[in-house]
Every structure is written in structure tokens, then in C-alpha cells.
Design a protein around this ligand. Structure first.
Ligand code: ADP
Ligand code: MN
Ligand code: MN
Ligand code: MN
Ligand code: MN
Length: 338
């Protein structure tokens, strides 16, 4: 019996990469084995010029396909050049190096992925030609006057769990049609691979409901919350003591670090990190206990327990998880090593 493998990869669209996928039919002999390399037309994905268009897909993470079922699988790939070097759009390769270098510190991440459903050109739940009631009742709300798209959200959650992804929760967000799911805590490559698959499943699940999902960090201008990807982070030392928590928070404020991070935290970061709507200004670094207006928050129970994790609140919803986890590991683990 043959089975279907959906090869999924991250393209070269600027300034924010998109997901692409295509289906490969494999024979029985491929079951349980290492899946084969494949190729694609890089000139159609902003990853090559037409005269030398071939790019290589290398499987890096495989899970059950919850939509097709049976023996079918989803296969996340990284993109290589034909000489097997990482393509310039491939941000996973650098994270693999960082994880190798700092793995002994046992870094783990939980990422809160916020997103917004759209129907045509309006967020789901926005009336035609107007605006819904101002924010206030929608976050974690219940009832058809406040909640838009729950059937899609439930189907997406079910699909993620069937795929075996480490989803840790979901909630309705502050703006109508805006939602969140959390992945982790997991090691850097694991959380990032699984977040990319969860994003693909979000778009694919929503397709069947004839709505689209977007990671646009500021889907509605004005007095409406943006969409972020709060990145929760700890190392073994941080999970064991408060001094390491403070060292990590301080390291993120040193020298050029605030800018090095923020400029790689997703396109349009200054539109979202305004200092309003539970954000800190993009050009001012701060950290604090329970402070949702700080760049980095130390959760209250972490201060009480004198150990735990920190939450970097700056990443945009459209951030590349391979990049944000690499930067946090590089900056904090280098400081913690001293
Ligand atoms: P909030 O909305 O209050 O900011 P969430 O419950 O949405 O928080 O997300 C918290 C995230 O922190 C979850 O993804 C969880 O897995 C993650 N997390 C919990 N403990 C740790 C830890 N020790 N290290 C890293 N991440 C953690
Ligand atoms: Mn063709
Ligand atoms: Mn959350
Ligand atoms: Mn949130
Ligand atoms: Mn959060």
C-alpha cells in the first residue's frame, strides 16, 4: 500500500516567509524509514533564479497527518542548495548549531502563538462596513456575541493533538476573531519545528471552514490589540534558582542586545510595540515582575518560588521561531555560562 507524505517547507517571501507544501506518494518500503530528499522549483518561491531553479527538501520532522489519517504523514523539511549546503532562507541550520553549543544548559521554550481569522477583508466577527463593540469582553470570552471562529479553533486543536504536537493550551484573545495557542515547553528545535507544523495545520484547517488565518502583527490599526508570539524561556539553572533568572533578564538589556533582538522579532515590530495594548516601546528595554508593559516579564509565581522561567513579550506573531529561540539561547546562555 502506498501512503501520502505532505512535504512542508518555509519559502523565501520577504519580509515574512510563507509555508508551502506538496504531496509525495511513497511505497510500503518507505514506512518507518528515513524519508527521501525531494526537490522543488525555487524560482516560484523566491528561493532561486529561473536558470538555476532547483532546491532540495530535506525532511527534518515527521508526524501523523491528522487530516488524511491512516498512514499518511506531514513532513517538515529544511531547504538546501543542490550542493547540500543550507539555503540562505534556511534559519533552522543556525539554530541547530546553537542548540548543539548550549544544549548542556537544557534550554526549553513555550511559545504563545496569537493569530487572527479573516473572512474576506474583515476580521471574523467585524460587522460589514463597521466595527464591533470596543475591546474588553472578548478575551477568554464565551457566547456568540463575543466569540467568532470557535469551531475552527477546536478543529485545529484536535488536529494538532492527533499529529502528536506538544500543544499546551488555547484561548480567545482581546480582539474579536483573535485567538492563541501555546506550544511547549520543548527544546529549541522541537518547539520551532512543531510551531511551524501547527501554523500549517491552522491555515489548512481554516481552509475547510472558508476562513483564512493571519499572523499579521497589527491586523487592525487603531485601538485594537496586535498579535504577538510571547516566548517563554528557561534553562536548567533558571528552573533551579532566581539568580539565573535575573542574569538572563539583565543579559537581554546589555549593549546592542535589545536592538539585535527586536529587529529580528518579526516584520512590523514597531507597529505593534508602541507602549500601548500591553506592550513595551520597541526601542526601550525593560523587565519586571508581573509587568505586561515590560519587554520581559517575570511571572509572579516565579518570583514567589525563586525559580522558573521568563517571558519575552516582544516577538511578533509573524516571528520565525528558529530565529527567536536562537537569539535567546545565544544571549542568555552565553551570560549564564560565565
Ligand atoms: P500567559 O498568557 O499568562 O502569558 P500562557 O499560559 O499562555 O501564559 O503561556 C505560558 C507558556 O509558558 C506556556 O506555553 C508554557 O508551556 C510555558 N512554560 C511554562 N513553564 C516553562 C518553563 N519552565 N520554561 C519555558 N516555558 C515554560
Ligand atoms: Mn512542475
Ligand atoms: Mn497566553
Ligand atoms: Mn496572548
Ligand atoms: Mn503571554
Amino acid at each position: 500500500m502506498t501512503f501520502k507524505a505532505e512535504y512542508i517547507w518555509i519559502d523565501g517571501t520577504e519580509p515574512t516567509a510563507k509555508l508551502r507544501s506538496k504531496t509525495k506518494i511513497l511505497g510500503d518500503d518507505a514506512k518507518g524509514a528515513e524519508l527521501p530528499l525531494w526537490g522543488f522549483d525555487g524560482s516560484s518561491t523566491n528561493q532561486a533564479k529561473g536558470h538555476a531553479s532547483d532546491r532540495v527538501l530535506k525532511p527534518v520532522f515527521t508526524c501523523p497527518d491528522p487530516l488524511r489519517g491512516g498512514d499518511d504523514v506531514l513532513v517538515l523539511c529544511e531547504v538546501l542548495n543542490t550542493d547540500m549546503t543550507p539555503h540562505e532562507s534556511n534559519t533552522r541550520a543556525a539554530l541547530a548549531e546553537a542548540e548543539e553549543r548550549f544544549g548542556a544548559q537544557e534550554p526549553i521554550f513555550g511559545i504563545e502563538q496569537e493569530y487572527t481569522f479573516f473572512e474576506g477583508d474583515r476580521p471574523l466577527g467585524f460587522p460589514v462596513g463597521g466595527f464591533p463593540a470596543a475591546q474588553g469582553g472578548y478575551y477568554c470570552g464565551v457566547g456568540s456575541d463575543e466569540i467568532f471562529g470557535r469551531d475552527v479553533v477546536e478543529a485545529h486543536l484536535e488536529n494538532c493533538l492527533k499529529a502528536g504536537l506538544g500543544i499546551s493550551g488555547i484561548n480567545a484573545e482581546v480582539m474579536p476573531g483573535q485567538w492563541e495557542f501555546q506550544v511547549g515547553p520543548l527544546a529549541p528545535l522541537e518547539v520551532s519545528d512543531q510551531l511551524w507544523i501547527a501554523r500549517w495545520l491552522l491555515y489548512r484547517t481554516a481552509e475547510d471552514f472558508k476562513v483564512s488565518a493571519t499572523l499579521d502583527p497589527k491586523p487592525v490599526k487603531g485601538d485594537w490589540n496586535g498579535a504577538g508570539a510571547h516566548t517563554n524561556f528557561s534553562t536548567k539553572a533558571m528552573r533551579e534558582g532566581y539568580e539565573a533568572i535575573i542574569t538572563a533578564c539583565e543579559s537581554l538589556g546589555e549593549g546592542s542586545k535589545p536592538m539585535d533582538h527586536v529587529k529580528n522579532y518579526g516584520a512590523g515590530i514597531d507597529d505593534r510595540l508602541t507602549g500601548l495594548h500591553e506592550t513595551a516601546p520597541w526601542n526601550e528595554y525593560s523587565y519586571g515582575v508581573s509587568d505586561r508593559g515590560a519587554s520581559v516579564r517575570i511571572p509572579w509565581q516565579v518570583e514567589r518560588d525563586r525559580k522558573g522561567y521568563i517571558e519575552d513579550r516582544r516577538p511578533n506573531a509573524n516571528v520565525d521561531p528558529y530565529v527567536v529561540t536562537r537569539l535567546l539561547v545565544d544571549t542568555c546562555c552565553t551570560a549564564l555560562e560565565k
